[in-house]
Design a protein around this ligand. Structure first.
Ligand code: FMN
Length: 352
C-alpha cells in the first residue's frame, strides 16, 4: 500500500500548459525538439473519451515527449481512477486533474473550475485516482471562482485536496468567472493575482506550487521562480515556440546548444513524412499548423505563414515547408539564441 502523498512529483522550473486543440502530440513533439527538459502536458481529455471512445487516438504520444503529464477532466471517482490507471499503463509521467476550465460545456458536465466550489469532492476524486496508480496525481486550478475567491477560500481548497494526496498544484492566478465570459475572456479579463499563489507556497512550503497566467518573458519567469517552484506557460509557448530555445540553458542548467530553426524544420519534415506514411487518417496540416509561429517577428514570417496557410490544407506537396521557409533569411534560420552563432550543421534545406 502506497502512503497518501508519498509520490513526490519531480520539480520542473518550466512546463507547457495543457491547451485544447493546441498542445496535441504534434505540437508537443515540436516543443520537445526545442526544449529537452520542459515538462509537457496533454490537452484535457475527458474520462468518457478514454473509456468509451477511440482510446488509442486520445492517449498515444511520441516517446520523445516524455516527461509528459496527461490532464484528465471528469467528476466521477471510479472513471477517473480507471483512466489514471490506463494512463499509467500508457507510460505517462503524471496524471493531472483539471479544476480550472470555465467553459459552459465543462460546467454542465460538473467538472473543471466549478469543482473549486466543493473541495471535498475534489479530494474524493484525487484520492480515488491516487489509490489506483503509483505515479503522482496533481491538480491544475484557478485562484477561485465567484463567491469563493478570497485567499482563505483558496487555502482551504489546497488544504483539503493536499490531504487527499496531491503534492503538485499548478495555479492559474486568475479567478474563473462561470457563465457570462467565454474561456478566452476568462484568460484575459479577471485580473492576475500572483501574490495569492506566492502566499500559497509560503503557507504550504512542502507542496510543489507552480504559477500560471500571463507569463511571456525570461525575466518574468525568473521573477516568478523566486517565490514559486515552477512556471507554466501557455499562449506564449504556442504563439512563439522558439521562445523555448533558451529555457533549457537558463532554467535547467543544460550546456548543449539548442537546435537552430533550420534543424527543427528538417526534423519536423522527417516527422511529417513518417506521420503521413504511417497513419491511415493523417493530414499534413495537422502537423504543419503548429509551425506557423516558428518564425514569429522575423523578417519574412508573414510570407512564410501565408504560403503555409494557403497550401497546407489542399495543395500539400513535400516541398511546401521548405518553400515557405525560403522566405526567411538564413540569419534567422541558422540563429542559435544563447550563443548567437551559426552551428556547423551539414544538412541544408536543399538536401532535406
Ligand atoms: C487554446 C487554449 C486551450 C486551453 N485548454 C486548456 C485545457 O485543456 N486544460 C487546462 O487546464 N487549461 C487550458 N487552457 C488554459 C491554459 O492551460 C492556461 O492556464 C492559460 O492559457 C493561462 O496561461 P498563459 O497566460 O500562459 O496562456 C487553455 C488555453 C488556451 C489558450
Amino acid at each position: 500500500m502506497i502512503e497518501i502523498g508519498s509520490k513526490i512529483p519531480k520539480r520542473y522550473p518550466v512546463s507547457l500548459a495543457p491547451m485544447m486543440d493546441w498542445t496535441d502530440r504534434h505540437f508537443r513533439y515540436l516543443l520537445r525538439l526545442i526544449s529537452k527538459h520542459t515538462f509537457l502536458y496533454t490537452e484535457m481529455i475527458h474520462t468518457g473519451a478514454i473509456l468509451h471512445g477511440d482510446r488509442k487516438r486520445f492517449l498515444s504520444y511520441n516517446p520523445e515527449e516524455l516527461p509528459l503529464a496527461i490532464q484528465l477532466g471528469g467528476d466521477q471517482p471510479k472513471a477517473l481512477a480507471e483512466c489514471s490507471k490506463i494512463s499509467e499503463d500508457y507510460g505517462y509521467s503524471e496524471v493531472n486533474l483539471n479544476v480550472g476550465c470555465p467553459s459552459d460545456r465543462v460546467r454542465e458536465g460538473n467538472f473543471g473550475a466549478c469543482l473549486m466550489e466543493t473541495p471535498e469532492k475534489v479530494a474524493e476524486l484525487v484520492a480515488a485516482m491516487d489509490s489506483s496508480v503509483s505515479i503522482p496525481i496533481t491538480v491544475k486550478c484557478r485562484i477561485g471562482i465567484p463567491g469563493k475567491e478570497s485567499f482563505e477560500d483558496l487555502c482551504r481548497f489546497i488544504e483539503v485536496v493536499k490531504d487527499a494526496g496531491v503534492r503538485r498544484f499548478i495555479i492559474h492566478a486568475r479567478i474563473a468567472i462561470l457563465g457570462g465570459l467565454s474561456p478566452a475572456q476568462n484568460r484575459q479579463i479577471p485580473p492576475l493575482r500572483y501574490a495569492d499563489v506566492e502566499r500559497i507556497k509560503q503557507t504550504f512550503p512542502d507542496l510543489v506550487v507552480e504559477i500560471n497566467g500571463g507569463i511571456r518573458t525570461y525575466d518574468e519567469i525568473e521573477e516568478r521562480l523566486k517565490k514559486n517552484d515552477g512556471v507554466m506557460i501557455g499562449r506564449a509557448a504556442y504563439e512563439t515556440p522558439y521562445f523555448f530555445s533558451e529555457i533549457d540553458s537558463r532554467f535547467f542548467g543544460e550546456n548543449s546548444l539548442p537546435p537552430s530553426r533550420r534543424e527543427i524544420l528538417i526534423r519536423m519534415q522527417d516527422y511529417l513524412d513518417r506521420y503521413v506514411l504511417g497513419e491511415p487518417n493523417s493530414k499534413p496540416h495537422f502537423v504543419l499548423r503548429h509551425l506557423l509561429g516558428l518564425f514569429h517577428a522575423e523578417k519574412g514570417a508573414r510570407s512564410y505563414r501565408r504560403i503555409l496557410t494557403e497550401q497546407m490544407f489542399s495543395h500539400y506537396t513535400r516541398d511546401l515547408l521548405f518553400q515557405a521557409a525560403g522566405e526567411i533569411p538564413d540569419s534567422a534560420l541558422d540563429f542559435i539564441p544563447s550563443q548567437n552563432k551559426k552551428r556547423n550543421f551539414e544538412s541544408t534545406i536543399a538536401s532535406a
